[in-house]
Every structure is written in C-alpha cells, then in structure tokens.
Design a protein around this ligand. Structure first.
Ligand code: TYD
Ligand code: MG
Length: 451
C-alpha cells in the first residue's frame, strides 16, 4: 500500500503546499513552511455517524441558552453581547501583550456571576497564576486552576468537572500523545485545537484558546486554528503604550470588526468606555500634520488623531513609514495628490501614525490622511475644532461613507464644531457642528490650504 504523502504547512497562515519552499505563496512569510507527518488513516467501513436531521425538526427543540455576560462591557460587546455556551473562541496576540491578564480577569468576572470556570495554564504554575490573580485583586473569585499540558489529562479533567467555561493558555503548549510531533508544531496545535473544539460542542463547555502570534516558523501561529473556532479575537497594542484593543475578526454569533478598548495599568486591564476621549487626550496645542478622523469601529464611532511628518529626504528612495494604517493606502493617496492636485512628495520622507496604537482599516480615513499629509507638507495646522472623513477615489473625487450621522454625533459630543465630509453625505441635522461638503480633493486643498 502506498504511504500517504507528507504535506508542507505554513506555520504562519496554515496554507498547505505540495512541496517545501522558502517563502509561503499564500501569506508571504519567509521560512515558515514545515513538513507535517501524514495523518494515519482510521479504520475503514460504513458507519452510521453523521446522520441528517430536518431543519424543521430542530425548530421544536428548546430555544438556545442565553448568552452569558461577564460584566466587562468591552469584552461582552466584542463577543456580540456575551459568551455563547458551548462555543469555541480563539484569543490571539503577541507574547506579553496581556492575553493571560485579560482572560484571568474575564474568568474571574464570569465565575463571580455563577459560571463554573477552569483556567488551565500550560505556561505558568498554578502558584504563579494565583500570584497574578492576587495582584489583580481577584484572589477571592471562585475560579479553579490547573497547570497541565497533556491534552489527554485535560480532557479527562474537563469531562469529570464539566465546567461552563475552560480557558486553555496557550494552545501552543498543549500536546497529544497520539501525534508524533513536538508541542507547538502545526500538527500538535491543530490536533489539540480540534479535540478541544469537538469536546466543547459535544459536552456543552465553552472553551477559550489562547494563541501567541509567532514570528519564526518553528511554532505554529493562531491562524492555523482560526477556521475551527466560532469566534476569533485579536488582542493588539503597541508595546510601551498602555492602550490595548481587543478586535473581533470572526464571529459566528455577532458582528465582526467590533473592538473593545482597554488600558494596561499596574493593577491589570481596565476598560475604556469612551475611547475617543482617550485617543484624543494626548493632543497638545494645534500642530501642523495632525488631523482628527471621525471613524467607525464595529458598531461605534471612534475619533482618532492621524499624525503626519514630512521632511526632505537624504535618501535616493524616500522613506514611507506607516504605523496603524495600511501602507498601500498611503501610496495611493500620495499618488492621487500628485496626479490630481499637482502636489508632489518626491524627495520627501513621509511618516504616518495613528495616535494611541489603534489600527485604522476604514477607507473613510483617506481624507483625514490626505489632510494630515498636506498640513505637514505646507506647515499649516488644521483648526483643532475640525474632524474629517471620506474616501478618496483614484480620480481624486471624495466618496461618501457610511454612518455619517454617527460620526458627526460623536464629534459634536466631544466638542468639535466643524466637519469636512464628501459631497452627498447623508449628514442629517446636527446642531453645533457645521459640515462643509467637498466634491473632490482639489476643492478640499483649496479650501483648507488655499492652494
Ligand atoms: P500577560 O498577560 O502575561 O501577556 P500574554 O499572556 O499575552 O503573554 O501580560 C504581561 C504584561 O502585562 C507584562 O509585560 C506586564 C504587564 N502587566 C501589567 O502591566 N499590569 C498587570 O497588572 C499585569 C498582570 C501585567
Ligand atoms: Mg500568557
């Protein structure tokens, strides 16, 4: 009998390749492809598992159990209103960003609301977790702790205890004896996640898997299990910055792209219920290169400051450094400014940054980015009471964006009195805020910078 062929899997994105290569075609990561042992074929023959059931038969069944709220409103919103029983959630993020802290706080919150919780750490001893809990003021929360990495033992414990929620910190430390590969390898991480997710569904236990985002190819990243779980959350933030953002990138039970904002303090993570005020709190006196973008993150408006710096470049190829925005989008905006408005950036270094460590993905940020760039280039400050939003098309026209009313409402709430928006925006009535509608970039440049 022919031996099943080995496959080659990318540890960064999980793409499967037929042969080894230095670079993954799917995600572009270097040195991330590893050989995976073939799965041994199980016993063959017909079985009766996987029988079908009519959808209409299901409707007479009991209604699904309600979601469980933790009381940490930022987390509850990202989950779409609360934890869905028997669901599988992946929380990914860079090592040291605060995943264990967040989950320990969340577990304590659920436990205090009567949900039985088991926190399984594969990285720290129970005593260390207890010390962290004491620092966070959570020592009295009725959470059970275990320090274990053998998945067989964990499943036996879970089966015996049947908690409502189990946390696995982290999935990369778990190993199954039936898989001949090192812990952290793609095969182990996949098999462990599969066992846990299957267990969650069958036994009605919600599981949260923690996954470290990895930089090298030796350890599988959380993306290799994204497709198995119901909900994928990423915990992001700049090191050395106290803000942390929990972002839903996939949610079978709620809206994706929702964010929760936290602040890392000496006593753990505290919720930030008004992120706009926080992101704008660092603004000083009006300076050239700063523009306030009225954005939407998930279901809520969030105002952020976009900062640009433009300086003559000593290099043949000027620098384009972007933090918190898509660098491709910056190139497009620079090209449109040059081609449609005759404002070149050749020979100039451009640095672009979103203050506060937020990552802005909305095309609606284009107008604010262009304004920040022009303000930096012309050395003219944008009036501090002005917010901007709108998408820029390749022709230089400004395109209206969704949720204009929400953006304006938030801006007016935070004391802004002027807004620059694309023509044909559905602005509604906004006492206290004057909206100037612009058909295209040239008109905007003329109005704001008199060019
Ligand atoms: P941790 O939750 O261990 O990160 P992860 O599980 O994602 O690897 O967080 C570690 C960082 O958080 C560490 O640099 C210290 C910081 N921290 C605080 O600032 N305050 C706190 O109360 C705690 C518990 C951690
Ligand atoms: Mg940790």
């Amino acid at each position: 009998m022919a031996r099943p062929a080995a496959s080659f899997t990318c540890t960064a994105c999980g793409a499967v390749h037929r042969k080894w290569a230095g670079r993954c075609d799917a995600c572009g990561a270097w040195n991330s492809i590893v050989e995976e042992a073939p799965l041994s074929a199980g016993p063959k023959g017909p079985t009766l598992k996987g029988r079908s059931i009519a959808l209409s038969d299901l409707s007479t069944a009991e209604p699904p159990p309600p979601r469980i709220a933790s009381g940490l409103s930022e987390l509850d919103r990202v989950l779409g209103g609360g934890l869905v029983p028997a669901s599988a959630i992946l929380v990914g993020g860079d090592p040291g960003i605060g995943k264990s802290t967040l989950l320990l706080q969340a577990t304590a919150a659920y436990a205090r609301r009567g949900l039985s919780c088991l926190y399984i750490s594969g990285e720290e001893a129970s005593a260390q977790v207890r010390m962290r809990a004491a620092r966070l003021g959570l020592s009295d929360a009725p959470v059970k702790l275990a320090a274990e990495t053998s998945l067989r033992d964990i499943l036996t414990t879970l089966d015996a205890e049947r908690p409502g929620l189990a946390i696995i910190d982290s999935i990369q430390t778990m190993w199954l004896d039936s898989v001949e590969a090192a812990p952290g390898s793609v095969s182990q991480v996949r098999a462990a996640a599969h066992e846990l997710v299957t267990f969650a569904k069958r036994r009605g236990v919600a599981v949260i898997l923690v996954g470290h985002v990895t930089k090298d190819g030796q350890i599988a990243g959380p993306r290799v299990v994204e497709h198995m779980v119901d909900c994928v959350l990423y915990f992001e933030g700049e090191r050395g910055h106290q803000f942390r953002i929990l972002r839903a990138v996939k949610n079978r039970f709620g809206p994706a792209d929702e964010i929760g904002v936290f602040e890392m303090t000496g006593a753990g993570l505290s919720e930030v219920t008004n992120p706009s005020a926080l992101f704008l709190s660092e603004r000083g006196a009006p300076t050239a290169g700063s523009a306030v973008f009225a954005g939407i993150e998930g279901t809520r408006p969030v105002l952020t400051e976009i900062q640009a710096l433009v300086a003559p470049s000593p290099l043949g190829t000027p620098r384009r450094t972007v933090v918190g925005l898509d660098s491709g989008r910056l190139s497009t905006i620079l090209a449109v400014l040059e081609a449609r408005c005759g404002i070149p950036f050749a020979g100039l270094d451009v640095f672009l940054n979103v203050a506060g460590g937020l990552r802005v993905t909305e095309p609606a940020a284009d107008v604010a980015v262009a304004a920040a760039l022009l303000s930096a280039r012309e050395d003219v400050a944008i009036p501090p009471d002005t917010v901007l939003f709108g998408e820029i098309s390749l022709s230089g026209a400004l395109r209206p964006v969704g949720q204009t009313e929400n953006r304006l409402k938030e801006a007016s709430k935070l004391g802004f009195s002027r807004a620059i928006a694309p023509s044909r925006s559905k602005t509604g009535e906004h006492p206290g805020i004057t909206v100037t509608e612009m058909p295209d970039l040239t008109a905007m440049v003329g109005q704001m910078f008199g060019a």
